[in-house]
Structures are given as structure tokens and as C-alpha cells.
Ligand binder design. Structure first.
Ligand code: ZN
Length: 252
């Protein structure tokens, strides 16, 4: 039995085993926060899964159906094995027991080594709630005696947080310089979110060029921290265990 995603799956037939699971509150959050990392790890041969906690139905731009199509197109750009939605309700994300168990079941079936999602301190309340929901779901997935609808208990090696609204002084930086154009393409897939602005606030803050320039500026600053042109940064939820310092930190 598979966990119950919402009826309209953007990609795939539901969760399957992956190495990297990215979880966003709204469609486009994972691309915004870690699109280059997704592209890079696709090129490295890792399998990638995506969970969108809501359909973003309260967003001022685009429609949920359009965003679903865009989410599918973006996910194809980094070869996602699956992309599922939990439809928890835009602006209603909360770490309820039901939501924790649904997400934990997806983690148990997809068995990721790495889970990446929002930081705790983001401006958007859904992003903050997503952080707590993911943290609890990762914990629940590992509980041997907790019975869920799907999968065997599973321990995630590392849970990472990405930023969507700031430059991040990360614990971990991923060099995305080589995949920068593809990284931008994952965002261009969400054309409805970057269309010509229609509201005064958008004209002030987020025209298309501004939006992409902001992402590039953050990646440039984060890249400087590791001596590359563009990087994406993550905070680790806890200390990360390394068996091999040279392989883990030695580069090459
Ligand atoms: Zn969001």
C-alpha cells in the first residue's frame, strides 16, 4: 500500500526509493531554494523525489492547475523520480499528527539518505510550519514501533534546511556553477510566477529580472564562501556523521 498523495500527481505514480528527497511548502519552493543542487545531483546519478505540501492555491499569480503543470515541467528538468502533493492547504501547513504520519509514510517508502526542506526562521508561516512538520516526520519515520500505512521504519542520514528569502551562511555549500543555466531553467519552468508583474507590490519587489537577479546574487555571495562562482547553502538539522573525512570534506 502506498501513502495517499493527492489525486493529481505531477510526476510518477507515487513515492519510490530515492537518495535525495526535497520537500517544499508550495510548488516552486524547492526549485527556488535548491534548484541547482537538484540538477547537480541528477547529473551525479542520484534519484530525486519531491513533495509539495500544498498546491499554492492562495498565490496571487497563476492557477493551481497551471502551477501543477509547471511543477511537473520543472521536475522533469532534474529527472525527478516522483513529485507528489499532500494538499495540506495553502497558508494552513501545520505539523498535525495526520500530516506528520502522511509525510513519514512517504519517507518510509522513498527511503532517502538526505532530506532537504525549509529553515525554521523563514518569513512565510507555511515555510516555518514545513520545517517543523518535516523534522517530526523524519523522526516518526525512524520509529520502529510506530505503525504507518506504508513502508518499514527508515533512518534519514541528514536533514538539511535551505533558504528562500535570504543569503545563507550555510553548514554545507553545494557548488552549482556548472549547472547554473539549468538551475535557472528550473525556475523559468514556473513562468506564471515570474510573469510581468500585475500588482504594485510586485512592481516594487519582483519583476522577472529582479527575481532571477536576486537568486543569482544570493548564489554568488554563497559561492564566495567556498571559492566558487555560484553555490547553494544549507544548514544541518544536527551534527552530520562522516565515516570518511577525506571523502566527505576533502573535495576532489
Ligand atoms: Zn513557499
Amino acid at each position: 500500500m502506498t501513502p495517499e498523495p493527492d489525486a493529481e500527481l505531477p510526476i510518477g505514480d507515487g513515492p519510490v526509493p530515492v537518495e535525495l528527497l526535497a520537500i517544499g511548502a508550495h510548488p516552486d519552493d524547492v526549485e527556488y531554494g535548491m534548484g541547482g543542487t537538484l540538477v547537480r545531483h541528477h547529473h551525479l546519478g542520484y534519484r530525486i523525489g519531491v513533495v509539495d505540501l500544498t498546491r499554492g492555491e492562495l498565490g496571487s499569480k497563476g492557477t493551481p492547475e497551471l502551477r501543477r503543470q509547471e511543477a511537473a515541467a520543472a521536475a522533469r528538468g532534474y529527472g525527478a523520480a516522483f513529485r507528489v502533493g499532500l494538499d495540506l492547504g495553502d497558508n494552513q501547513v501545520a505539523a498535525t499528527e495526520a500530516a506528520v504520519h502522511r509525510l513519514a509514510a512517504i519517507i518510509r517508502v522513498s527511503r532517502p539518505r538526505i532530506v532537504a526542506s525549509h529553515l525554521a526562521e523563514e518569513r512565510h508561516p507555511d515555510h516555518r510550519a514545513a520545517h517543523e512538520l518535516v523534522r517530526r516526520a523524519v523522526f516518526a519515520a525512524a520509529l520502529r514501533n510506530l505503525h504507518l500505512d506504508a513502508g518499514e521504519h527508515h533512518v534519514v542520514a541528514a536533514t538539511l534546511g535551505f533558504a528562500t528569502d535570504r543569503v545563507l551562511d550555510g553548514d554545507v555549500h553545494v557548488d552549482v556553477t556548472e549547472v547554473w543555466e539549468e538551475r535557472l531553467a528550473t525556475m523559468h519552468a514556473f513562468a506564471s510566477q515570474f510573469d510581468a508583474p500585475t500588482l504594485p507590490i510586485d512592481q516594487r519587489l519582483y519583476g522577472t529580472d529582479d527575481h532571477l537577479a536576486l537568486v543569482a546574487a544570493r548564489a554568488r555571495v554563497q559561492g564566495q564562501a567556498i571559492g566558487v562562482r555560484y553555490a547553494e547553502a544549507f544548514l544541518c538539522d544536527r551534527g552530520v556523521a562522516l565515516d570518511d573525512l577525506v571523502a566527505g570534506l576533502g573535495g576532489g
